[in-house]
Design a protein around this ligand. Structure first.
Ligand SMILES: [Zn+2]
Ligand SMILES: [Zn+2]
Length: 180
């Protein structure tokens, strides 16, 4: 059995307060958000899904293997180069992985079919990143206290649109690769 660890204690209060289920220990900058969108899309190509916020390439990320249900820690820097033949100890037999991967990826689509829609195209992603940057920018003003609760809800909504699970997340990751 793999050891399942809790994410490390987060001491960065700003990062901890915003979108902790999408970004772990990272501030919600455009660069980090694009990195997380790409990473979620990339691991989906190999039938992995995030179980916690994206921590960056070289930190342990809690992920779930869709082939067998295993949950454990992986480095994205390793994961993104994985082939279905190199997953984790104890996964399904290597000779059925290609078939299983194809079956699991059969539900991947190019257009978001979700009731609460996600940003998938470069235009949608860019617009949501801009909206999020604006929100994160204007903390601390006179009206900030009153707007705080609404802002946090809006931030979570934008983060969900950008990084939340979607059957189109592979297409979303590919679109995010075209943005800087
Ligand atoms: Zn597995
Ligand atoms: Zn969706």
């Amino acid at each position: 059995m793999p050891t399942v660890l809790s994410p490390p204690e987060n001491t960065d209060t700003e990062a901890a307060s915003i979108g902790h289920e999408f970004l772990s220990g990272l501030p919600a900058t455009r660069r980090n958000l694009l990195g997380a969108i790409r990473a979620v899309g990339r691991i989906a190509e190999f039938a992995f899904e995030p179980c916690g916020g994206f921590p960056g390439s070289d930190k342990h990320w809690r992920v779930r293997c869709r082939m067998c249900g295993w949950i454990g820690l992986r480095f994205y820097s390793h994961l993104r180069r994985f082939r279905p033949a190199m997953r984790h100890p104890g996964c399904v037999a290597a000779d059925i992985r290609q078939k299983l991967l194809a079956a699991l990826l059969a539900d991947a689509v190019e257009v978001c079919p979700c009731a609460r829609s996600h940003a998938v195209t470069t235009e949608e992603i860019a617009a949501d990143l801009d909206a999020l940057a604006l929100l994160l920018d204007h903390g601390g003003g006179e009206a900030a206290a009153a707007a705080k609760a609404d802002d946090l809800a809006r931030q979570e909504e934008l983060l969900t649109r950008l990084i939340g699970h979607c059957p189109a997340e592979i297409a979303r990751g590919a679109a995010a690769r075209l943005l800087h």
